[in-house]
Write a protein that binds this ligand. Structure first.
Ligand code: SF4
Length: 321
């Protein structure tokens, strides 16, 4: 029993057998699945967290060539890593990845630790990335819960609708085949991406249809409509004009300034916001301060010398160290 959910040994065995058999035929081939190098696993997992596979594919290859080892990444200036991260967005991921690479080199001599707790202790590595590294690089039987895993496990074990994170984790732990954790998670991810999709699960083609709690619900057109309006509704908040949008614009403007390029605060404002005026400077200064705290940019006041328009002004650049 898992959090009040009936998961008998027989049912667990049925789910495992059906999904692994399906995976043996339908698994997706991706470059990061052909390696066990923990560094490359980490790079791919960080890229994939908030970006679609199709956008990650070319960037992963490019990034891998530019920073082939964890040491190459650790020794590069963070500004160069931020530059190389374009156009993936969520640039803070580049800073965190760089910090993690530095810690792997400094604390572990360039060899990522296998232990989940030691991985979790690395700066820039969250619970998900640590679990993904332990499972995909080191074949450890740890639970890895991303969006697809959460959705598939929730539907199979509980049914349609929102399910508490603790329940999902417990159910995923119970379902996990300890001797094939890597394939198991890749299978859940592939099924979630191609068959058990958020808005339109193809239950008739699903290998789990005979053991899934949600199947009868989704085969009813009425309930499928409820699904599209319910737990998996797309967040409709506008992106353009949001704080995240302008954070991305600032970083991109500094990339466009070229290696070593700097921009005065007012020039930066004109580059990121149409119709920027001096009255927007406090807003921009707040945004830049936030980016400085996150390690994404550097802010510097040039001492006044009187012989250049730039002196006495605040200038912004990508980090040099
Ligand atoms: S039977 Fe339907 S709801 Fe259940 S896992 Fe398969 S696609 Fe998802």
């Amino acid at each position: 029993m898992t959090a009040g959910i009936a998961l008998t040994a027989a049912r667990v065995a049925q789910v495992q057998a059906a999904l692994l058999a399906w995976f043996a035929v339908h698994q997706r081939d991706m470059p990061w699945r052909r390696t066990r190098d923990p560094y490359l696993v980490l790079v791919s997992e960080v890229m994939l967290q908030q970006t679609q596979v199709s956008r990650v594919l070319p960037k992963y290859e490019e990034f891998r060539k530019r920073f082939p080892t964890v040491r190459d990444l650790a020794e590069a200036p963070v500004g160069e890593v931020i530059r190389a991260w374009a156009p993936l967005g969520y640039n803070l991921r580049a800073v965190r990845l760089h910090r993690a690479a530095q810690a792997i080199v400094e604390r572990h001599g360039g060899e990522a630790p296998k232990d989940l707790a030691a991985l979790r202790a690395l700066p820039g590595i969250g619970e998900y990335s640590a679990a993904a590294m332990a499972c995909f690089a080191f074949d450890q039987p740890v639970v890895v819960v991303d969006t697809n895993v959460r959705r598939v496990v929730g539907r199979v074990v509980v049914g349609d609708g929102a399910v508490a994170a603790r329940t999902i984790h417990d159910a995923a732990q119970r379902l996990l085949p300890r001797d094939s954790a890597r394939d198991w998670h890749l299978a859940l991810m592939d099924l979630g991406a191609t068959v058990c999709t958020a808005r339109n699960p193809a239950c008739r083609e699903c290998p789990l249809r005979m053991v899934c709690t949600a199947t009868p619900t989704f085969l009813s057109p009425k309930s499928r409509l409820a699904e599209s309006r319910g737990a998996y509704r797309v967040n409709a908040k506008p992106f353009i004009g949001s704080r995240r949008y302008f954070r991305g614009r600032v970083v991109q403007a500094l990339r466009d300034a070229g290696p070593g390029g700097v921009l005065r605060l007012s020039a930066l404002g004109r580059a990121v916001k149409p119709g920027f005026t001096e009255s927007d400077l406090p807003w921009l200064a707040g945004l830049v301060e936030e980016l400085v705290r996150d390690g994404l940019v550097e802010l510097q006041t040039v001492p006044w010398t009187g012989d250049s328009e730039a002196t006495g002004a605040s200038i912004v650049r990508l980090p040099r160290a």
